[in-house]
Design a protein around this ligand. Structure first.
Ligand code: NI
Ligand code: MN
Length: 228
């Protein structure tokens, strides 16, 4: 079965591959653009990119309900254990680990990572995922542009997931430069239009991607699916 992606609003994503549900940054309850409620989303694994509330979101509640394993940096994995979660898996940048659905590598991200209660959330990351069917997804998560995105692109990227909101992350211009460095087959913009401060015209950005790169932009409304 093909690998599919569903944008749940903001940076929340659901990747479905071979019947496995990989949920990323499930910020739903306080997310004005959330497409689903935390008690109705499926998850076998939950990936958390950094400690900020708009990424940790409903991780605890969803992990408790579903029994999903949470994959994140080591510091956040310790914090989740302190909250009573048992099934956590900590990694660090550049390190990859094989899970039943495929391999997950933590990538660099330039951002903050303090947890909602002020605890040290380690360093923020992105995710490079190689699913068992060979599909390669790079979710940059919250980050500014950095030149080593080129190295990630060298590994081959079917779908790049990039923030375009500006202010807290890359804006549209730097995200366009990121597409040129990564050279993905498809690119999905996220982390925009949740609030006024990150309002962006995704259709105009997609037009720039089409004109200036070989990548196919995939612009979704919260709740919509796309084939990877
Ligand atoms: Ni953040
Ligand atoms: Mn964020």
């Amino acid at each position: 079965m093909a690998t599919r992606v569903r944008w749940l609003g903001h940076a929340a994503l659901l990747l479905e591959s071979d019947g496995t549900h990989v949920l990323i940054d499930p910020f739903l309850t306080d997310n004005p653009k959330a497409a689903v409620k935390p008690d109705e989303v499926a998850a076998d694994f939950i990936l958390v990119s950094h400690g900020h509330g708009d990424h940790v979101g409903d991780t605890l509640a969803i992990a408790r309900r579903t029994g999903a394993t949470v994959v994140c940096n080591y510091e956040i994995s310790l914090w989740l254990q302190k909250q009573g979660l048992q099934k956590v898996h900590g990694q660090q940048h550049g390190g990859s680990h094989r899970f039943p659905f495929g391999r997950v590598k933590l990538t660099l991200a330039f951002h903050g990572s303090m947890l909602p209660d002020g605890s040290n959330g380690g360093n923020p990351c992105g995710f490079y995922i190689t699913f068992n069917d060979g599909t390669r997804v790079y979710d940059a998560a919250d980050t500014g542009l950095f030149g080593d995105m080129r190295l990630i692109g060298e590994e081959g990227v079917d779908l790049a997931i990039l923030p375009i909101g500006d202010n807290y992350t890359m804006g549209p211009d730097d995200a366009l430069r990121a597409v040129k460095l990564i050279q993905p087959r498809k690119v999905l913009p996220i982390h925009y239009n949740t609030w006024d401060v990150i309002a962006q015209d995704a259709a105009a950005w997609a037009q720039q991607v089409r004109q200036q790169t070989q990548a196919t932009p995939v612009v979704l409304k919260p709740g919509e699916w796309a084939e990877v």
